[in-house]
Design a protein around this ligand. Structure first.
Ligand code: SF4
Ligand code: SF4
Length: 339
């Protein structure tokens, strides 16, 4: 697969990366096969995080014995302070079985409080700088779901790479963040290129994304067929058609402000409600049989009925979704479909 320069890092990477969230859900053997097949397809960029359960360990197992210099490995630490950051970094190195991380990202700088803590004396950024000096990290990066903070931090000159959600529904980065990354020569990783699993037309999603020549799409991959399909689309160098544009406009109108990005930043819910699952009811109903739908959503919907409308999830949601109202819609859909 053709490689492209990842901003000022100078790293040559495939147009699509391997997003390491879904390997949490598969067995170790399946994960190993999946990562190895991905690499065989020419995808050399792997992105994971300290917080993705055993994702780093599974990836570490899969890349054992491979030529480390042929891979670009990115991971993330959610730490605010240097001490925790250093602990996370050491653990990531151990889990991944490597002595350096290509791109180490401060994970989700989503509030001014988090930003200030990371950049304070003794903060995570200090740890990141020291790790670069020590050769444990090659390039500093960060991720965010807040467009305002993201562009502000990009301009700070502290980082070489940025990760932000980007797909044809979640397209806020199109106007400012992507051109800014290009201007500043930062590597730009497009998080959730398939809308966190809600966009099921990979062809359409990637035809849209591939228009932006300076970004690398970072889809979460769970199955070998998924990565094969995506690799084939990327290899075919498709262009976005007029018909695609019409479909995108229709989907944008359909999803609007009800689009849950399944990031789970709204957690923890004091009632233990699995908010992102409950908000996925409509897309699950579209994609699965009724029996499967009942199996997947039965318990979460029962729990959702205990929502106290406390609003804590709304405050935490980076997209300001009106979660209690959306929960009610999911419950109503459940009653309609199963009643
Ligand atoms: S509003 Fe409902 S879903 Fe949100 S945190 Fe409160 S109880 Fe949980
Ligand atoms: S409600 Fe908001 S915070 Fe929670 S999963 Fe959805 S987009 Fe993320």
């Amino acid at each position: 697969m053709e490689k492209t320069r990842f901003g000022k890092t100078g790293l040559m990477v495939s147009r699509v990366a391997f997003g390491g969230i879904p390997v949490m859900r598969v067995t170790k053997d399946e994960a190993v096969k999946l990562v190895r097949e991905t690499i065989k397809l020419g995808i050399n960029f792997i992105d994971t995080a300290h917080g993705y359960a055993d994702s780093e360990e599974k990836i570490g197992e899969a890349i054992k014995g491979m030529k480390r210099e042929e891979l670009v490995i990115a991971t993330k630490s959610p730490a605010d302070d240097k001490k925790t950051f250093n602990e996370h970094l050491e653990l990531s190195l151990k889990r991944l079985g490597t002595d350096y991380i290509d791109i180490m990202q401060l994970h989700n700088i989503g509030s001014t409080e988090k930003r200030d803590a990371c950049f304070a004396q003794g903060g995570a950024y200090e740890g990141l700088q020291e790790a670069v000096k020590a050769g444990k990290v090659r390039f500093p990066g960060f991720s965010s779901h807040s467009l305002e903070l993201c562009t502000e931090i990009m301009k700070s000159g502290k980082f070489d790479a940025v990760q932000f959600p980007f797909n044809f529904i979640d397209n806020a980065a199109e106007k400012e963040a992507i051109p800014l990354a290009k201007k500043l020569d930062l590597g730009f990783l497009a998080m959730k290129p398939m809308g966190g699993g809600r966009l099921d037309n990979a062809g359409l999603a990637f035809r849209y994304l591939l228009q932006f020549d300076s970004i690398i799409a970072d889809p979460g991959i769970e199955k070998i067929d998924e990565i094969r399909e995506i690799a084939a689309i990327v290899e075919s160098k498709p262009t976005l058609t007029a018909q695609d544009k019409e479909v995108i406009e229709k989907l944008r109108a359909e999803f609007g402000a009800t689009w849950c990005h399944r990031c789970d930043y709204c957690q923890p819910c004091p009632q233990g409600i699995d908010i992102s699952w409950v908000l996925s009811a409509e897309s699950c109903r579209k994609r699965f049989t009724l029996d499967r739908f009942k199996l997947m959503l039965g318990k979460p919907i029962e729990k959702a009925k205990t929502c106290q409308e406390c609003g804590k999830c709304v405050d935490r949601c980076p997209y300001h979704l009106k979660v209690p109202a959306l929960i009610k819609e999911s419950i109503a859909l459940w009653e309609r479909v199963t009643g």
